[in-house]
Design a protein around this ligand. Sequence first.
Ligand code: ATP
Length: 487
Amino acid sequence: MIRLQRLSGGYDKDRPIVQDISLQVEKGTFFALLGPNGSGKSTLFKLMTGVLKASAGDIELNGAPLQSYSSVERARLIAVLAQEEQVAFDFTVEEIVMLGRYPHQKGLLKTASRQDIEAVEEAMRTTNVLHYRFRSFRELSGGEKQRVLLAKALAQEPTLLLLDEPTNHLDVRHTYEMLDLLREKQRRDSLTVVAILHDLNVAALYADQVALLREGKIVEQGDVSVLRDGASIGRVYGVRAIAQYHPLIPKPQWFMTPKPDDREPKRAPFRESFRLEQNERLIHIAFDHPLRTISNGVNGEGLQWIRHFCNFHVDKHYSCKDPLADIRHWMEELDIPFEQAVGMMTAVHLKHMAVVEDEAGPYQVMAVVTAGAGNAVDISSDLAPEPFIIPGTINTMVFADAHLTDGALVNAALTVTEAKVKALHDMNVRDPRSQSMATGTSTDSLLIAATQLGEPTPYAGSGTVIGKLLGRAVYRATRMALEKTRR
Ligand SMILES: Nc1ncnc2c1ncn2[C@@H]1O[C@H](COP(=O)(O)OP(=O)(O)OP(=O)(O)O)[C@@H](O)[C@H]1O
């Protein structure tokens, strides 16, 4: 629908600001133009609307050269929401929005038709500005003005909407409301949206296509997955950042990393950096700093940064109706912040806990295990799973003074699971239903937590020093814990 071919131009004929830009935005697409300050985004917009004349290259709008349209025709097709829109007179909100209808109005007097009035009402309703329609535009806050200007652009009923930082001045709620609204218009009315955005995360969530500009040239272009490339984004913006996928939708999101703070107090050695308490009700390991953690705990599941590691004892007949609410309630009673805690449950007596500490090379590890084999299961047997749930009968907590990447955390989970299975095998633990060797119990829990100090290691399998250390600690702790409960 709009096509730029080898386009160059700027403010001075001899010094083009944007150079050799080729891109195509299809009808009904949300296209985000990204790039650092001064990279030429607004200049490109001015070339796209004909405010600036290109020094080289072509722009086609709906298959015809942009110059072949009259200015009124262009204004009917393209609406622009500029960065700082100056309003010369003291207009009301409704009057401002009505200005959007100007290209559609006929005759010298330009009186508003019924269609104009309906378009203005609809635009004010969708942007949620109806309630201040009679207020002076000048009196509005920055965010309110922005919504009114969007209403004006929508009232224009364009096929192409160019937005220069549309979410400027908007708070979080209004930012996402505006973007949801634009996406709805884009999908429902096949509106084509080209937006200059500074927030890479917003762009990744809403744009179908993106182009990344640096010093007037496109350095990346494509669907939003180009934003997944940490190295190139870091280079373009000159920042330390990593991209990860959003946990709920397959869109990349950015995490900026501040410069390391040299004045941060030195951390205590591993063994002095935590407190382990155990009583009838709870095993609580509290670190003085958060650890990178992967777990399937009832509370704090997934990948997190965690300081408090809890294993609560529950009665054999505990009803598991809402274990998360229960665990948070118990944590609250004990003043343990659940946002920084992993919580597991077990029906095993906590005095039967086994703790194994070990070290090799630069690494230190500690495995804390509670284990009962009442509902041991052979995962390979043909029997259907039993729906009856008894809270976690082998709960394994492993702490490592090591720097494990996310992949290494998963690798560590694999390694210590192998160690647990071997312990069950060597202890001749059987599935009571199939009588075959058990591979675990039906409600096991696991957590791996790493201090993230030292050199990062991407592997923690049985072929690595850290993997072997973790595996052996878990093997010994699982055996000790099973022996204690058996006795
Ligand atoms: N009216 C102007 N006359 C001359 N040079 C200009 C003018 N407006 C912008 N420039 C220059 O053009 C270059 C690109 O500016 P532009 O406004 O297009 O960047 P941008 O990517 O939109 O930046 P920002 O993210 O800061 O809004 C800058 O070096 C700027 O100084």
